[in-house]
Structures are given as C-alpha cells and as structure tokens.
Design a protein around this ligand. Structure first.
Ligand code: HEM
Length: 449
C-alpha cells in the first residue's frame, strides 16, 4: 500500500488496492431485493423483471450488497446519492466491465423510468478485492448515481420558499461575509453541524446558553467556532421573517453553504424544516462525540448510534481536510505516546518532525492547520495524508487500521468520489434525530431556550 502511485489525477497506471474481506461480502439476493423492492405493481406481477436483473447482475459472487461495508444508500428525497461499485480486475469470472455496467444501468433506467421519475431508488455499492483502474472508479461512480428518497418526515427542499423566501440567501450572505473576514470559518460551521447533530440530534442544542450547556462540554469549550456567523444570520432572518426559521436550520444551511464556499462542489436540494430543542447538557458532549484518541471500533460505534455507517465515518472524517486544531490535543501523541517517551509509531516519521516543529511541547494552546497542503479547501488531500500516516489525531489514523477503513481511505482519495460521498454523508448527518412539525420550536434567539 505504501508504494502506491497516486491515482488521484485519474491517469496513474498504478492502481490503489481495494481489499475487502470475502467474509464481508453479503449475498447477491439481498442486492436483488434492494433493486427490485421499489417495483411498480406491474413490475411486481412480472417475474421476468427480477429475472432480468438476476441475469444481468450475475455472477452472484461479485455483486455483494455493501450493507456490511456501510455502502447501502440512504434514501434521500429528491436527492442524488452516490454509491460505489468497484470491481476486481483480476479474475474474469469475478469481473464486470465498466461498459457492461453502463449498459446495465442504462437499460435498467429505461425499464424503470417510471420508478426513477418518482425519484425513488436505491443504489448498491460494491467493493471487491483487487487492483482497480482509476478510470473505472470514476466511471462506476458516475454510473451509480441514483435518485433516492431521504424520507425524513417533515424535512423538505425549499422549506422556506413561502414562509421566508429569502431565508437561504440570508444565511448564505452571512456565511460568505464570515468567510470573507476569516477563510477558516467554514471549518467551524461544518464542525458545528457535526457537534449539534451528534448530541440530541440536529436541534441547535449546541447553541443554547445555560449553566451546564453543550457549549461548556470539553469537546466544545474554547474550540467550536462560527457562533457569530450563525448569530448574524439569525438576526437578519428575524428581521426579515420573525419566528419562522429555526436555529437548527440556520446551522444546517450554514454548513451547506460552508461546504460550497470552501469546496469545489455544489450541494443542491438541501433539506429544511428542522425545529429547535430546549435542552442542552454539557455531559452529553462527552458521551456522544467521539474523542480524538478513539480507535476504529469506538468511532464506528459512535457513528452507528447515530445511524451512520463505516463509509459515513470515513468520509465525514474527511472534514479534517479544513480547519484548525490546538496543539494540546496531539502533544502526547508526538512526544510521549502512551508513556513511551516516543511519538506514536503509527505516525509518518517526517510528519512527526513537522508536527514537533509546529507544536513545541510547551505550547498546548497553539493552533495548527489540520491539513497542511490546502487547509481552507475541502478536498481529498486528507485521505492522501491518512494513507501516508499523516493523520493528525489517533482517530484519523484509526481509519486505516481495518481492511474496510483502508479501502475506503484509498477510494476517497479520488476527488470526484470524495466530493460526491462527502456531500451525501453530510446530508445524512444533517438529518440525525431532527425535531419536526410540532415536536420542536422556533427559538427567536438561538442561545435562549
Ligand atoms: C470521527 C471522529 C472525530 C473526532 C474524534 C474529531 C475530533 C476533532 C478535534 C479534536 C478537532 C480539533 C478541535 C480543537 O483543537 O479545538 C477537530 C476539528 C475539526 N473537526 Fe473533527 N472530529 C471528528 C469528526 C468530525 C466530523 C464528522 C466532522 C464534520 C463532518 C468534523 C469536522 C471538523 C472540523 C471542520 C474541524 C476544524 C474546526 C475548526 O477549524 O474550528 N470532525 N475534530
């Protein structure tokens, strides 16, 4: 793995190795069920539909569902979700060519046009072990784009179109202004969404002030940033449409805008309609947000509890492609890992030296860029770093400590794959535990319950 040539530019000859343990490749019929479960009545009565798919997807051994890998698609309303199909290039019997799949999906699309027009489908993601041509990765990603349904009751696109038509624009202006005065602010806003949604769902509990609020929790205190941008947005919203736009939506839209401002992708069809909660407890930040010292299993469980899978974990960790961290979090890791007096052996030695230069042992409060090459740009560089042992935290490095994690890290180094997957998982995260309808409220001031 260490000797791989980067396939990021899509031209490299040496291809990243995609290894998935056979044991984790689930049954073919599961995929077939996924694909056919949304059949129309007519199609349900027509067994040839299933047979057609069954023939096309054969042989079973190479068409696993990716449930176990965390690749099963979310259903996202009127949204494109992406799934990845990577195929072994070695064994003929275990290989389907890009062209074959293109024709499969095209044909399927025609046959199922009514279903697709209803914007409801699922994609399946397949990873199989072998060397994969970089162009095939991109090709498969393009082929596997599917319309899907988020099915989060109460959330919808253009939620404020009638009640506050300028709402999204107002939030965008606040984010753009924040970015203009501090190009690192998108990082704070994206992390704000993560810290809000993982604690009590995306209910803006992270913005509440009380004697024991989330803001005071260890992961947040003196660390979370972007409050002033959210306040500016909320003030402007209250002036334009009093009592209409929730603080939870302000956080979610601001994170969306932050992605666009700092990234290279458009994020269409972002959902609105979240309501605000009234409770905020500092201790919950410690139980719900994973620590930077976590291993893969701990991270996986923390994400699973929120309905996010391993693929979400890995791609969302890619948010560490932007933003800043305090040296205090890594001092032990680079100077005295587990009391050894040495750096964590998992860190690339050259990177240890870089980090020591940036973070003297007596400067815990100093801030450094989380990703050194393009610290204000959301891109796939983080995954090149992780693969090369340059993950800043143990939790970043943990992503390459399991076969599936390593495969995902390798796949997400491809910019197009990274972009689409990051957006898709951010959408998922922005829907965790939302309060909708009469289950929540609209706070007039985001810091007051
Ligand atoms: C997987 C588990 C994660 C851990 C253990 C973790 C931990 C951390 C830590 C310790 C920091 C530095 C904070 C500081 O020094 O004050 C940080 C920064 C950051 N994290 Fe994470 N994080 C995780 C996942 C995520 C996710 C899912 C996102 C968003 C999708 C995210 C976005 C960010 C961003 C953007 C920053 C930079 C913040 C800034 O510049 O203000 N992190 N993270």
């Amino acid at each position: 793995m260490e000797n791989e040539t980067s396939a990021v530019d899509g031209q490299a000859e040496n291809i990243p190795e995609i290894i998935v343990p056979k044991a984790s490749l689930p049954a073919f019929d599961h995929l077939l069920e996924d694909v056919t479960s949304k059949k129309t009545q007519h199609e349900r009565n027509d067994p040839s539909h299933a047979n057609l798919l069954r023939r096309r997807l054969a042989p079973p051994a190479i068409v696993p569902t990716i449930d176990g890998l965390g690749f099963t698609t979310a259903r996202a309303k009127r949204e494109r979700s992406i799934s990845y199909t990577l195929f072994t290039a070695r064994s003929r019997t275990r290989k389907l060519s890009c062209a074959a799949h293109e024709s499969l999906f095209k044909t399927q699309r025609i046959e199922d046009s009514r279903r697709y027009r209803r914007a409801e489908s699922q994609a399946s993601c397949i990873m199989a072990g072998a060397r994969v041509k970089a162009f095939a990765i991109l090709c498969m990603v393009a082929l596997c784009l599917h319309m899907a349904d988020a099915q989060v009751r109460g959330l919808r696109v253009n939620y404020y179109q009638r009640s506050c038509p300028r709402a999204e624009q107002i939030i965008r202006t606040a984010v753009q202004n924040g970015f203009n005065s501090d190009p690192t602010i998108p990082a704070g806003l994206i992390r704000m969404l993560f810290h809000d949604c993982f604690v009590r769902g995306c209910d803006a509990s992270v913005l509440l002030d009380n004697a024991d609020s989330e803001k005071l929790g260890a992961p947040n205190a003196n660390s979370l940033r972007g409050f002033e941008v959210l306040d500016a947005a909320k003030s402007a919203l209250e002036a334009a449409c009093p009592g209409v736009v929730s603080c939870a939506d302000v956080i979610a839209y601001a994170a969306r805008d932050a992605m666009e401002v700092a990234g290279t992708v458009k994020v269409p069809n972002w959902l609105g309609g979240r309501k605000d909660g009234s409770t905020s407890v500092s201790a919950e930040t410690l139980t719900e947000l994973p620590a930077p010292f976590s291993n893969f299993t701990t991270l996986q469980r923390a994400f699973e509890r929120k309905g996010l899978n391993q693929a979400d974990l890995v791609i969302l960790s890619g948010a560490h492609t932007i933003g800043i961290a305090r040296c205090g979090i890594i001092l032990q890791r680079i100077y005295n890992f587990k009391g050894t007096g040495q750096a964590d052996p998992a860190i690339n030695p050259a990177y240890v030296q870089t980090l020591r230069n940036l973070c003297p042992s007596n400067a815990p409060g100093k801030q450094i860029n989380m990703e050194m090459l393009t610290p204000t740009k959301i891109d796939a560089n983080y995954f090149n770093d992780v693969q090369a042992g340059r993950g800043l935290f143990e939790s970043d490095n943990a992503l390459r400590t399991t076969p599936i994690g390593r495969s995902l890290v390798s796949v997400y180094r491809v910019p197009q794959v990274f972009n689409a997957a990051f957006v898709a998982s951010m959408r998922k995260m922005a829907s965790i535990g939302v309060l909708t309808g009469s289950n929540g409220k609209i706070r007039t001031k985001c810091n007051i319950a």
